[in-house]
Design a protein around this ligand. Structure first.
Ligand code: PMP
Length: 357
């Protein structure tokens, strides 16, 4: 094989925002069984390194288009993770102040990341959980006339996946087989938006949805209580789970369309520990670095592969980068100091032998 060459993108970018989307679908070459072909859609290629950059950009631009967001108006949202980081990136690029409300229980690196991107972070008591941060964001919006982003309820969420993520999948698999598309859900924006298109344009593609085994809200069959689009109470099937970004303690309005419209062919639960194990293998054996939700989605694909027909082609969503999880269970057991094996490597050269003398 000759030396690789690159040729540029053939364009200049007017803004970081123009680099959102068009993430690559990448074949997995070593860890999937031979009778299937597995691709991953690596959302870490977005500028703030997650799938939520798409939603963040469209929440702001939809509100600009319909006039609900005025120049210089402050944006506020309750978020512990990728949505806040995406919104911070978009607000920084467009010059809107951003206030994020977040329970004090979430990792310190998330607060610091959002502040680094210019956002203000307002902490809410741990005891009040997700609802406390949500209520604080609503209060701040009402009191100050700020724009509330509403990722769990807004049409801007699924719409952007219909218009970008889904279109990218159609284009990349044009003229190619695609038997399974696998995803989890947080807000449900990804599954709802992509499924709207796949159901019409690729009706043979099986849509496989997954959720944490110990927080299987959809599988429970218990309907979510709502007031209009808003949640009226936490869902009884919820338990805390390690798959950050997936399954909040309620069924979001954005996801309800996918449930009501039967947008998925299979709903498979996955244990967080399996997701972590597969995220580690993707990183260490494929060089593909993703978070716990990506590992969990991939774990479901590997389960499907056990019974999938010879020659099946799968596409697996990987929502973000593993780098966002340094202080979480994903990195538990990854040592800081030298292991015995590493110490032995170190001891094998003359400088180590001299130091020992
Ligand atoms: N994984 C991670 C890490 C996320 O942050 C999110 C978004 N909350 C998802 C998966 C799920 O995406 P969606 O909200 O589109 O369902």
């Amino acid at each position: 094989m000759g030396i690789r060459q690159t040729n540029g993108r053939g364009r200049l970018y007017d803004s970081i925002l123009d680099t959102v989307g068009d993430t690559p679908a990448i074949r997995v070459n070593r860890i999937a069984p031979d009778h299937v072909t597995v691709y991953v859609k690596a959302e870490a290629f977005n500028p703030a390194a997650s799938v939520k950059d798409r939603l963040a950009l469209n929440i702001i631009e939809a509100a600009e288009r319909n006039g609900t967001l005025k120049p210089g108006q402050t944006v506020v949202e309750a978020t512990s993770g990728n949505t806040g980081i995406g919104l911070a990136m978009v607000c920084a690029a467009k010059g809107y102040p951003l206030v994020v409300t977040m329970a004090e229980s979430f990792s310190v690196e998330r607060r610091r990341l959002m502040r680094f991107l210019g956002a203000k972070v307002v902490l809410t008591p741990k005891a009040q959980g997700g609802f406390g941060m949500y209520k604080k964001a609503m209060e701040l919006a009402e009191k100050n006339g700020w724009f509330l982003a509403r990722q769990f309820e807004t049409d801007a969420n699924a719409d952007i996946h219909e218009n970008t993520t889904a279109r990218e999948i159609l284009a990349d698999f044009e003229g190619q087989k695609l038997d399974y598309w696998v995803t989890g859900y947080g807000t449900g924006g990804t599954v709802t938006g992509v499924a709207r298109v796949l159901r019409k344009e690729r009706p043979d593609t099986k849509i496989v949805l997954t959720e944490p085994a110990n927080a299987a809200l959809i599988s429970s069959g218990i309907a979510q209580e709502r007031n209009g689009r808003d949640v009226a109470a936490g869902h009884p099937a919820f338990e805390p789970h390690p798959i950050q970004g997936w399954t909040p303690n309620f069924i979001p309005y954005v996801l309800q369309e996918a449930i009501d419209g039967s947008y998925y062919d299979e709903l498979l639960p996955i244990a967080g520990a399996d997701g972590i194990a597969w995220a580690k293998r993707l990183a260490a054996e494929e060089g593909i670095f993703t978070g716990i939700s990506g590992g969990s989605t991939f774990a479901v694909a590997m389960k499907l592969a056990e019974t999938a027909p010879e020659g099946s082609v799968m596409l697996v969503m990987l929502p973000d980068t593993g780098e966002r999880y340094l202080s979480t269970p994903l990195f538990e057991g990854i040592p800081e100091g030298m292991t015995e094996e590493e110490a032995a490597i170190s001891a094998s050269t003359p400088s180590a032998q001299m130091a020992a003398e």
